[in-house]
Ligand binder design. Structure first.
Ligand SMILES: Cc1cc2nc3c(=O)[nH]c(=O)nc-3n(C[C@H](O)[C@H](O)[C@H](O)COP(=O)(O)OP(=O)(O)OC[C@H]3O[C@@H](n4cnc5c(N)ncnc54)[C@H](O)[C@@H]3O)c2cc1C
Length: 377
C-alpha cells in the first residue's frame, strides 16, 4: 500500500475541489467518499446555488468570494462545462434590516459596484418582485448561480486526470496520527498519508470528535415553483435574491432554469443529525414559503412542484471552519457551510492545498480558525 501525500475525506463541494487543487500541485492524493459522486444526502445537491459579492455576513468574505468566482470562471473556461451563470442579485428588505444594512456596508467598504434601489425603482426595474413600500433592494450586479453537481463532477474528473485516486462508496470509520503519518481506516483498508484534509460536511463533528466542535446540523428544504409567466422568471430577466422580511428566516430564490423558480428559507428549520434528518417536507413548513411566493412573486403559481431536503452544518457564529487542526498541523479541517458555503468551495480547495503545503494562503483566515471554539468554551 503506497503512502499518499494527502488523503481527502469527503468528496462533496469542498472535497472534490481540494482533491483537484492538491493533485494539480503535484501531491499524490487519495479521496474517500461514503456515497457516490454528487449524491443527494449531504449539503451540495439541488441543481443550483447562489453566489453574491456584497456579502452581508461581513467584508472579510469578499476577497475569498472574489477569488472563488475567478476560479469558477476558470473551471468553466477550461472544461466547457456549465459551472456559473451571472444574473445579478437583489438583497431586499427594510433599509435598516441586518441583511440590507450588512450588504450595503460591505459593498461600500470594499468599493463594490452596487445600487440601492427604492421600492418604486426596484418594482419598476424588476416587476417580478412585489416589494412593500417600506422595502428597498440592493442591486449586486456581480451575483448569480452555480450548478453544484456539475462543479463537483468536474473537479473530481480533473483530479483523476491529474492522478488522484478517488474511491466512492467507501466510508471512513476513523483516523489517527502516528508519528508523522495519518492512518485512515475504512472497512476495506487502512490507508496512510503525510497529511489529511477533512471535508466531511455534516459528518465533521463525528469524524473530529476530539475537538467537540459545536456544529449543529439543520435540515433544510428547497422548493421549486412553476411560472405563470416563464419569460419573467428566466435567468435573462430575473436576478437571484435574498429577502429579509424581519421574520426568523430570510427567503432566497433562484430564477427558472427550466424546472421552475427555486425558493428556500434560510435558517429557522429543524435541528437534526445526518442519520435522523426527516427527509419529508411537512405542510406546516411549506405553508410560509407558499404564502411568501403568493404575496411577493406574482409570476409564480404558489404551489411547489418539487421539494428536496438538504443539510446545513452551522457553526455558532455562522462562520466557516478553514484551518489546521489545533493539535495536528498535518490535518486541515474544512467546513464551509453554515448555509452559505458552496460559492466558496473552489477557493476553499485552493486554500486547503496551500495549508497542506504550509504555504501562505494570501487570506486572513482568523475568522475561520477551527480552534476558536475551545478559546470561547
Ligand atoms: C438547501 C440549501 C441551500 C443552500 N444554498 C446555498 C447557496 O445558495 N449558496 C451557497 O453558497 N451555499 C448554499 N448552501 C450551502 C452549501 O451548499 C454548503 O455550504 C456546501 O455545499 C457544503 O459543502 P461541503 O463540501 O462542506 O459538504 P458536502 O458537499 O455535503 O460534502 C461532504 C462530503 O463528505 C462525505 N463524508 C462525510 N463523512 C464521510 C466519511 N466518514 N467517509 C467518507 N465520506 C464522508 C459526505 O458523504 C459528503 O459527500 C446551501 C445549503 C443547503 C442545504
Amino acid at each position: 500500500m503506497p503512502i499518499y501525500d494527502t488523503i481527502v475525506v469527503g468528496l462533496g463541494g469542498a472535497g472534490s475541489s481540494a482533491a483537484y487543487y492538491l493533485a494539480q500541485s503535484g501531491a499524490s492524493v487519495l479521496g474517500l467518499e461514503q456515497f457516490g459522486p454528487a449524491h443527494p444526502h449531504g449539503s451540495s445537491h439541488g441543481r443550483s446555488r447562489i453566489y453574491r459579492t456584497a456579502y452581508f455576513e461581513g467584508a472579510a468574505y469578499v476577497p475569498l468570494v472574489q477569488r472563488a468566482q475567478r476560479l469558477w470562471r476558470d473551471l468553466e473556461a477550461a472544461t466547457g462545462e456549465r459551472i456559473i451563470r451571472q444574473t445579478g442579485g437583489l438583497v431586499i428588505g427594510r433599509p435598516d434590516c441586518p441583511t440590507v444594512r450588512g450588504a450595503q456596508a460591505t459593498a461600500t467598504e470594499c468599493h463594490l459596484t452596487h445600487t440601492l434601489l427604492s421600492g418604486d425603482d426596484a418594482r419598476q426595474r424588476f416587476p417580478q418582485f412585489g416589494l412593500r413600500d417600506d422595502e428597498v433592494a440592493l442591486w449586486d450586479p456581480d451575483a448569480g448561480v452555480l450548478f453544484p453537481e456539475t462543479c463537483i463532477r468536474t473537479y473530481a474528473a480533473l483530479a483523476v486526470d491529474r492522478g488522484a485516486e478517488l474511491h466512492y462508496g467507501e466510508r471512513v470509520a476513523g483516523w489517527d496520527i502516528s508519528g508523522d503519518e495519518a492512518i485512515v481506516r475504512t472497512r476495506r483498508a487502512e490507508y496512510r498519508s503525510r497529511s489529511l484534509v477533512i471535508t466531511s460536511g455534516a459528518w465533521t463533528s463525528q469524524l473530529v470528535s476530539d475537538l467537540r466542535l459545536p456544529l449543529e446540523i439543520e435540515r433544510q428544504f428547497m422548493l421549486w415553483f412553476p411560472p405563470r409567466d416563464r419569460d419573467a422568471v428566466s435567468p435573462e430577466r430575473m436576478p437571484v435574491f435574498v429577502w429579509d422580511r424581519g421574520t426568523e428566516a430570510e427567503t432566497y430564490g433562484i430564477p427558472d432554469f427550466g424546472d421552475g423558480v427555486k425558493v428556500g428559507s434560510w435558517h429557522g428549520r429543524v435541528a437534526s443529525t445526518p442519520e435522523t434528518a426527516d427527509r419529508v417536507l411537512r405542510d406546516d413548513e411549506a405553508g410560509p414559503v407558499r404564502s411568501f411566493v403568493e404575496a411577493s412573486l406574482k409570476p409564480l403559481i404558489p404551489r411547489e412542484t418539487e421539494s428536496v431536503s438538504c443539510l446545513y452544518t452551522n457553526a455558532p457564529d455562522h462562520n466557516f471552519l478553514l484551518g489546521l487542526h489545533p493539535e495536528h498541523p498535518e490535518v486541515v479541517l474544512v467546513s464551509a457551510c453554515s448555509g452559505h458555503g458552496f460559492k466558496f468551495t473552489s477557493v476553499v480547495g485552493e486554500v486547503a492545498t496551500r495549508l497542506v503545503h504550509h504555504e501562505e494562503t494570501g487570506f486572513d483566515l482568523r475568522l475561520f480558525d477551527p480552534g476558536r471554539f475551545r478559546r470561547t468554551a
